[in-house]
Design a protein around this ligand. Structure first.
Ligand code: 3HC
Ligand code: NAI
Length: 684
C-alpha cells in the first residue's frame, strides 16, 4: 500500500481515502493509490459499497498540472476512471473543498455523489487552454443537459454545492461537517434501498433532445463570439460537447481525448499553464518568509474620491471593510460617492447584486473632509493628483494623525515613493499600492517596496491583495514601476508608426489580431485625447486634434469618427493632421508589413522588461507577464511579453531589435541583459 492511501471498512462500506497535500492533485502516486484502494474494496466480500474521499483541504483539485510536460505514466486518469466505473460495488464520491477538473471527472465515475455544504466544483480546464480530457465533456452534459454544460465548461466557473444539487451534478448536500461519516451513512442507506447503479455514461435522456442540432452550438458561438475570441480551447470544448449528444459514449470519449491532446500540445495551453503558476509565484517574496507578521486591516482610509479613489474604495467595501473617504470639498465627496453608487447600481440592474447589498456597501463609507477622521484606521491609501508637492503635503498631514503602525500607501503611478515617504516620520510604514484603472475591475495590484518599507508592511500589502481579490506583483521604486513602464514603450512606438505614415487602422488591427481587446489608437480615443497630452506643451497629433475640439469618443471623435452606434471610421481630418505634423517634424514615410508593425510595437516591451529585470525593479520575468496580463489585458494565451519572447526565441527578438536600432535609433537599443541571455543561450 502506498502511504497516500488509507483503507478502512465500516461494516459493509469501504472508505478509500487519499491524502496528497496540498490539493490532492491526481499525480501518478495518487492515481495508483485510487486503483489500489478500489482493488482492495472490490476483492473484499463483506464490502457492498465504496466511498471515495480525500483528506486535507479538498477532494482532488484536478490532474497534476506539473506532470503535463512529461510522458504520462500508467495508469493515466482515463484508465483510473474506467477502473472505478468497472467496480462491482456501489460507489460514492464524498466531496469537499474544490473538486475541479479531473477531480470532478473522477467523482463523475461514481454512481452517486455527496458534497459538504460549501463545496465548489467545476471543470476549469479552459483556464489552462485545455478541455476536460477524462470524460468531463461527455458526462457533464448527460447530467445537466447541453446548454448548461456549454455554459459551465466554457466558463470554467466553480459551482456551489446547492446549485450542483439543483443541476443534478450531485445527489445530496451534507449539512454536517463530517463528509466521510455522512457519505458512509448515505452508502448504507443506498445499499439498504437496493438503489440503482446507473453510471453517468449510460444516461442519455438529457442529451437526446439536442442530438443532431448543430444550430444550438452555432448560436452559442455567435452569442459569445467576443468573449471567446482567440481561445482555441473553447472551440474544442464546444465540439466535444456536441459529440456527447451526437455519438455513443465510447466514440465521444475517444474524440474528446484527441481534442484534449491537440490542446495539450499547443503553445496557447503552455502559455496558460505558465500563467497559472506565475500567478501563484507572484505573491511570494524570497527575502520575506511567509511567517513574517501581517498587520490586521479592519478599517481603511482613502484620500481622494476621484477616478481611482472611488474604484479603490469599492474593493474594500466588497470585502466588507469600512472605508473613510476624504476629499477637499463637499461637492467632490458627494460626486465620488455618487459614482460608487452608480457603479453598484449597474451590478444591481444586471442581477449580480441586490439593492440591500448595495445599501450595505454604501453604509460602510464614512465620508469626511477632515484628516483627523483617519486617526483609527489601519491603512491609508492616498489617491490625489499626481503632483509630488501635493503628495508630500498629504503624507505629512496623515503622518500627523495616523495611529502608530498604520500603513501609509500611495497610489502614485510614476512618482518616487521614497521621496513621498521622506515627508513622513515613519518611512518604514510607507508602501505603494498601485491599482489599475478601473480599480474595481482590473485585477493587478503593484505593491511598491520603498527603500525603508518594513518586511511586515510589504507582507501585509501582498496578503491584502488576496483579500480584495487582486493579484499582487512586487515592484521596487522606479519610474512607472513595472506595468506602466513596459507598456509605455508601445505608446511611443504607436506615435512613431503613425507619423511614419502607417495607417492607424492597420496598427489597431495588428494589436487586435494579436489578442488585445482594442488597438492602441482606438484606446486613445476611448481614454480621451485631452487626458493623454495633459502634461505636455509639445505640438503633437493629439494636441492639434484637441485644439480642433476633437477629444475622442466623448466629443467629436478623435483619430476616428463615430456614428450613433459607436461604429468607427478613420477620420480624413485626423489623417490630414498626421501628415501635417509629420511634415513639421521632418519624418519620412516608411513601409512596414503587419509582422514588422507587430514587432515594432511589442518587441520594445520585451526589451524594457529585460531592463526592469536587470535593474531589479521586478523580481522575476513571470511577474512582468502577470503585470501585463492583469493590468493591461495582455492576451493570456500568449503568456505575457516575457513568456512570448521565450517562445519566439530570444536570439530572434534580439536580432530584430538590432535591425530596428540601425533603422530607427536608440529606442530599440537592446538591453545588455537581453544580449547576455542570448550569449549564454538562456531564456527569461
Ligand atoms: N496541479 C498541480 N499543482 C496544483 C494544482 C494542480 N491541479 N492545483 C493547485 N496546485 C498547487 C499550486 O500551484 C500551489 O502550489 P504552491 O503552494 O507551490 O504555489 C498549491 O497547489 C496551492 O494552490 P493555491 O495557492 O492555488 O491554493 P488555493 O487554496 O488558493 O486554491 C485551488 C486551490 C482552487 C485548487 C486552485 O489551486 C486551483 O484552481 N487549482 C487548479 C485547478 C484546476 O485547474 N484543475 C484542473 C486541472 S487540468 C485537469 O484536470 C485535466 C483533466 O481534465 C484531464
Ligand atoms: P482624479 O483627478 O480623478 O482624482 C483625484 C482626487 O483627489 C480629486 O477628486 C481631488 O479633489 C482629490 N484631492 C486632491 N488633493 C486632495 C487633498 N489634498 N485631499 C483630499 N483630496 C484631494 O485623479 P485619479 O485619476 O484618480 O488619480 C489619482 C492618483 O492615482 C494619481 O496619483 C494617479 O497617478 C494615480 N493613478 C491613476 C490612474 C488612472 O488611470 N487614472 C491609474 C493608477 C494610478
Amino acid at each position: 500500500m502506498t502511504n497516500l492511501l488509507t483503507y478502512q471498512v465500516y461494516e459493509n462500506v469501504a472508505v478509500v481515502t487519499i491524502d496528497s497535500p496540498p490539493v490532492n492533485a491526481l499525480g501518478i502516486d495518487v492515481r495508483q493509490s485510487i486503483v489500489e484502494g478500489f482493488k482492495r474494496a472490490s476483492a473484499d466480500v463483506n464490502v457492498q459499497a465504496i466511498v471515495l474521499a480525500c483528506d486535507g483541504r479538498t477532494f482532488f483539485a484536478g490532474a497534476d498540472i506539473r506532470e503535463f510536460g512529461s510522458k504520462p505514466k500508467s495508469p493515466i486518469l482515463p484508465e483510473v476512471i474506467a477502473f472505478i466505473e468497472s467496480s462491482p460495488k456501489l460507489t460514492i464520491a464524498a466531496l469537499h473543498g474544490t473538486p475541479l477538473g479531473g477531480g470532478l471527472e473522477t467523482a463523475l465515475a461514481c454512481h452517486y455523489r455527496i458534497a459538504l455544504a460549501g463545496t465548489r466544483m467545476g471543470l476549469p480546464e479552459v483556464n489552462l487552454g485545455l478541455l476536460p480530457g477524462a470524460g468531463g465533456t461527455q458526462k457533464l452534459p448527460r447530467l445537466v443537459g447541453i446548454p448548461a454544460a456549454l455554459e459551465i465548461i466554457t466558463s470554467g466557473r466553480q459551482i456551489k454545492a446547492d446549485e450542483a444539487l439543483k443541476l443534478g451534478i450531485i445527489d445530496r448536500v451534507c449539512e454536517s461537517d463530517n463528509i466521510v461519516a455522512s457519505a458512509i451513512s448515505y452508502a448504507k442507506e443506498l445499499v439498504d434501498q437496493n438503489a440503482t447503479r446507473t453510471l453517468v455514461l449510460d444516461r442519455n435522456e438529457k442529451t437526446a433532445e439536442h442530438r443532431g442540432k448543430s444550430e444550438v452550438y452555432d448560436a452559442f458561438r455567435a452569442k459569445n463570439a467576443r468573449r471567446f475570441r482567440g481561445f482555441k480551447s473553447v472551440e474544442n470544448i464546444i465540439k466535444a460537447i456536441q459529440l456527447a449528444a451526437d455519438l455513443p459514449y465510447e466514440q465521444g470519449l475517444k474524440r474528446e481525448r484527441e481534442l484534449f491532446t491537440e490542446l495539450q500540445q499547443s503553445r496557447d495551453s503552455s502559455a496558460q499553464q505558465h500563467v497559472f503558476f506565475a500567478e501563484r509565484e507572484s505573491s511570494k517574496v524570497p527575502d520575506i518568509p511567509r511567517t513574517t507578521p501581517v498587520r490586521p486591516i479592519d478599517a481603511v482610509g482613502i484620500i481622494g474620491a476621484g477616478t481611482m479613489g472611488g474604484g479603490i474604495a469599492m474593493n474594500f467595501l466588497n470585502a466588507g471593510i469600512p472605508v473613510t473617504l476624504i476629499e477637499q470639498k463637499q461637492e467632490a465627496l458627494d460626486h465620488g460617492i455618487s459614482i460608487i453608487r452608480k457603479n453598484y447600481q449597474r451590478s444591481v440592474k444586471a442581477g449580480r447584486m441586490t439593492e440591500e447589498a448595495l445599501e450595505a456597501r454604501i453604509t460602510l463609507i464614512t465620508p469626511s473632509l477632515d484628516y483627523a477622521d483617519l486617526a483609527s484606521v489601519d491603512l491609508i491609501i492616498e489617491a490625489v493628483f499626481e503632483t509630488m508637492e501635493i503628495k508630500k503635503e498629504v503624507f505629512s498631514s496623515i503622518d500627523a494623525v495616523a495611529k502608530p503602525g498604520c500603513i501609509l500607501a500611495s497610489n502614485t503611478s510614476y512618482l518616487d515613493l521614497d521621496e513621498i515617504a521622506g515627508a513622513t516620520s515613519r518611512p518604514q510604514d510607507v508602501i505603494g499600492l498601485h491599482f489599475f484603472s478601473p480599480a474595481n475591475v482590473m485585477n493587478l495590484l503593484e505593491v511598491v517596496r520603498g527603500e525603508h518599507s518594513a518586511p511586515e508592511v510589504i507582507n501585509t500589502g501582498m496578503r491584502l491583495a488576496k483579500i480584495i481579490g487582486k493579484t499582487p506583483v512586487l515592484s521596487k521604486v522606479g519610474w512607472g514601476f513595472i506595468a506602466n513602464r513596459v507598456m509605455k514603450v508601445r505608446g511611443y512606438q504607436t506615435d512613431n508608426l503613425i507619423l511614419q505614415g502607417i495607417n492607424p487602422e492597420i496598427i489597431d488591427k495588428v494589436i487586435y489580431d494579436y489578442g488585445f481587446a482594442m488597438g492602441p489608437i482606438a484606446m486613445k480615443d476611448l481614454v480621451g485625447l485631452d487626458v493623454l497630452g495633459r502634461d505636455s506643451n509639445e505640438r503633437t497629433v493629439e494636441s492639434v486634434l484637441v485644439d480642433m475640439g476633437r477629444l475622442g469618443q466623448k466629443k467629436n471623435g478623435g483619430y476616428y469618427d463615430y456614428d450613433q452606434n459607436r461604429q468607427k471610421t478613420l477620420s480624413p481630418l485626423a489623417l490630414e493632421v498626421i501628415r501635417e505634423v509629420a511634415k513639421e517634424k521632418g519624418i519620412e514615410p516608411v513601409l512596414a508589413d503587419e509582422a514588422e508593425i507587430l514587432a515594432r510595437l511589442l518587441y520594445p516591451i520585451i526589451n524594457e522588461g529585460a531592463k526592469v529585470l536587470d535593474e531589479g525593479i521586478a523580481m522575476r520575468s513571470s511577474d512582468i507577464d502577470i503585470a501585463c496580463i492583469k493590468g493591461y489585458n495582455w492576451p493570456v494565451y500568449k503568456g505575457g511579453p516575457m513568456f512570448w519572447a521565450n517562445s519566439i526565441g530570444l536570439d530572434r527578438v534580439l536580432k530584430k531589435l538590432e535591425e530596428f536600432e540601425q533603422r530607427f535609433g536608440s529606442a530599440f537599443t537592446p538591453s545588455p541583459y537581453l544580449v547576455r541571455l542570448v550569449e549564454e543561450g538562456k531564456e527569461f
